[in-house]
Ligand binder design. Structure first.
Ligand code: GRG
Length: 341
């Protein structure tokens, strides 16, 4: 499925904001970041675009613009959320031992885990530097401080969610509510924060900020469940992740949690038996696919994505923003429901 048109609208300005932020930093430490962001190859040469979708900064700028703010004023804020996102991906790849991201070798695979941790941690600090530039673009000191607090709280929630995600790998008593708590943290918190920060640049009204935050939570949940589906049934050509990769990593994705909770005892025991093995082989993988098919877990997960997208569309209606901005948010919600990458 094609990315919504609105994503292209801000793309080059988000990119320029990030490039200019990194420009003064010369140590090779920063080249690891430039590589991860898709600007250079392993040898340090300019490379063809292999960056991410820039979904979070796009949502941030969309929120600013929908509230009548000049979106360019919100670019530093948008850059800060994209840096938090990418810091979390660099660390996530280390934690999960993932060798590839966005169809290229991961930072740790090239430079080793100790230096990749440094690149991720420094990127997390650069997010603060990015946000501080909002003051130079005319955002009040008060709003800059409020924004910093929103970003820090979301980052903490993201790390809490990641903590639960890793903890759940060794547990089988995960309810759907436990699963939702985990993804609210690891994925939805930063998406909520992106919308709330963008909105903060355009309004002082706490009620409006809350509404954008809730919209982000709903979109973020839909986004993660679709990600779970792609991590099991997705095509490596589109996702960059081999089919079944989340199963091999013993992740408690929604389809697995669903089968564990709703299937007969024999199904539950079969999954537990496979997940307790040191390594999940190809035969085990096929068995888990059979179990998930039997439990109709794909359909249930996709229905949940649709429910959260429909909820997101209702939340967008309630914002009372101009129709052109409303349509853009609706397009994003649709993209999240059916995306294949
Ligand atoms: C401080 C040790 C330490 C960890 C930080 C690693 C971490 C906390 C959090 C990771 C959270 C995480 C990886 C959530 C997954 C969210 C997700 C689905 C990411 C993929 O997002 P896309 O598809 O990525 O927007 P692109 O490639 O488009 O940027």
């Amino acid at each position: 499925m094609q990315m919504p048109h609105v994503v292209n609208k801000y793309r080059s300005e988000i990119d320029s904001e990030l490039r200019s932020l990194l420009q003064p930093y010369r140590l090779p430490l920063y080249d690891m970041m430039r590589y991860h962001l898709g600007w250079i190859d392993e040898q340090g040469m300019a490379s063809a675009d292999s960056s991410g979708k820039a979904l979070r900064p796009t949502l941030c700028l969309m929120a600013a613009e929908a509230l009548g703010q000049d979106y360019q004023k919100a670019l530093p804020v948008a850059a800060s959320v994209e840096l938090i996102h990418n810091f979390s991906l660099i660390h996530d790849d280390i934690q999960d031992d993932d060798a590839e991201r966005r169809h290229r070798r991961t930072v740790w695979k090239i430079w080793g885990k100790p230096q990749a941790i440094n690149a991720g941690s420094a990127m997390r600090v650069l997010a603060n530097v990015a946000l501080a530039r909002a003051k130079e673009r005319g955002l009040s000191l008060e709003k800059c401080e409020a924004g910093q607090m929103i970003l820090d709280e979301a980052t903490l929630k993201l790390i809490e969610g990641q903590y639960l995600d890793i903890q759940y790998e060794h547990r089988f008593d995960i309810s759907i509510d436990d699963y939702l708590t985990m993804i609210r943290g690891k994925t939805a918190a930063l998406i909520s924060c992106s919308l709330e920060l963008g909105a903060l640049t355009g309004t002082d009204d706490p009620g409006t900020l809350k509404m954008f935050n809730r919209l982000g939570e709903s979109l973020g949940i839909a986004f993660q469940i679709r990600d779970d589906i792609l991590g099991i049934w997705g095509d490596v050509k589109n996702t960059g992740k081999p089919k079944g990769s989340d199963i091999k990593r013993k992740k408690k994705t929604l389809p697995i949690v669903h089968a564990l909770n709703n299937g007969p005892v024999a199904v539950r025991d079969a999954i537990i038996g496979i997940f307790q093995k040191d390594a999940i082989g190809e035969k085990d993988l096929e068995l888990v696919f059979d179990i998930l098919n039997e439990a109709d877990s794909y359909r249930l997960a996709q229905k949940t994505v649709r429910d959260y997208c429909e909820n997101s569309v209702r939340l967008v209606e309630a914002l009372g923003i101009k129709v052109q901005y409303k349509n853009n948010f609706e397009q994003i919600a649709k993209f999240l429901s059916y995306r294949d990458h």
